[in-house]
Design a protein around this ligand. Structure first.
Ligand SMILES: Nc1ncnc2c1ncn2[C@@H]1O[C@H](COP(=O)(O)OP(=O)(O)OP(=O)(O)O)[C@@H](O)[C@H]1O
Length: 310
């Protein structure tokens, strides 16, 4: 499977960054200023997107997002215009606070954009949908369910035998075959995150959204998980959007690597890469070159304001 992305090079200059607009601090209570409050409700979706074949896996046109916090309105993201083809593994880096998670939350349908339009496989995103699986930084598994129960959670309504077979397949795929009956708290951090990935993959999502999924793992486990997620993607062929603070991780995993400017995040770097198809990407001079270039872009974006280098 080869990426269909073209080498678009550096496509835009760093975005203009707001200052003195009453930034909401860490943990600030804020309100998404969306176009449709209903779409922010965390209702389970219908899976209808999965049935649609047309259009790119994901398209964003003029998407921006603002939050209304205690200190005023914060424009967190945009405008962003982006098209992602099926099968791409898109990694996104950028200064801290530049709107990476906001971008992913909008794509997931957890909130509606303040401006612009998002479509997945040609259909407008209007709320969460199992066709878009989401993996959080913290695994968020249900502690009262077994690992198998967690993985099968999104398959309610599927005939029992089919559900069992799918869960068994995913346990195998993620190397959790022996711990299906265990509770999440009995697993290591890496295994918990694998279970979370299996849960997101269960409904067969067309799009897998991963928000710093390995940030809480130790360096050794993180490298192993990177290798595993690369293999999973190769085998499952799912389109992936993966947020990370690590430039190294972004270059290792991405068939397309994006960088956002400081807040409000805009795409300032967009590069196709064939490194994830290589056997030992980290040993390639191209790996070091791209990592260096991307590091410089993120540092520059952070020093321009609106965020700090990861
Ligand atoms: N619910 C909210 N209410 C108010 N402001 C918010 C809210 N969520 C995020 N923000 C602000 O929007 C901006 C972007 O946040 P976001 O979490 O998307 O950035 P990020 O790039 O993912 O950050 P990090 O890299 O630190 O995880 C930040 O300034 C943040 O403080």
């Amino acid at each position: 499977m080869r990426s269909r992305a073209t080498d678009q090079g550096t496509v835009r200059q760093a975005g203009v960054v707001e200052s003195g607009t009453g930034e909401a601090g860490e943990g600030a209570v804020g309100v998404d200023i969306g176009t449709d409050e209903k779409t922010a409700a965390a209702e389970p979706g219908t899976g209808k997107d999965a049935a649609v074949a047309g259009g790119p896996a994901l398209a964003l046109a003029g998407v921006s997002h603002s939050y209304r916090g205690r200190g005023g309105t914060v424009t967190a993201l945009g405008p962003v215009d982006l098209e992602i083809a099926r099968g791409e593994f898109v990694t996104v880096v950028g200064p801290s606070g530049c709107g990476k998670s906001t971008l992913l939350r909008l794509v997931a349908g957890f909130a509606a954009p303040s401006t612009g339009r998002i479509t997945a496989s040609g259909r407008p995103v209007a709320g969460p949908d199992p066709a878009r699986g989401y993996v959080f930084q913290q695994h968020r598994l249900f502690p009262w369910l077994s690992v198998a129960g967690n993985i099968g959670f999104g398959l309610r309504g599927t005939p029992k035998a089919e559900r069992r077979a799918r869960v068994a397949e995913l346990l195998e795929l993620t190397g959790l075959g022996d711990v299906g009956r265990a509770r999440p708290y009995e697993l290591s951090g890496g295994m918990q995150q694998r279970a979370a990935i299996a849960r997101a993959l269960a409904p067969g999502p067309a799009l897998l959204l991963m928000d710093e999924p390995f940030a809480a793992l130790d360096a050794f486990t993180r490298e192993r998980m990177q290798e595993e997620v690369r293999e999973l993607w190769r085998r499952a062929g799912t389109t992936v959007v993966f947020i990370t603070h690590s430039v190294d991780e972004a270059v290792y995993l991405g068939t397309r690597v994006l960088a956002l400017s400081g807040r409000p995040g805009q795409v300032i770097f967009d590069r196709a890469s064939d490194l994830p198809y290589e056997e030992q990407p980290r040993g390639r001079p191209r790996f070091a070159a791209l990592r260096e270039e991307l590091t410089a872009v993120v540092r520059q974006a952070a020093s321009a304001g609106g965020g700090t280098a990861a």
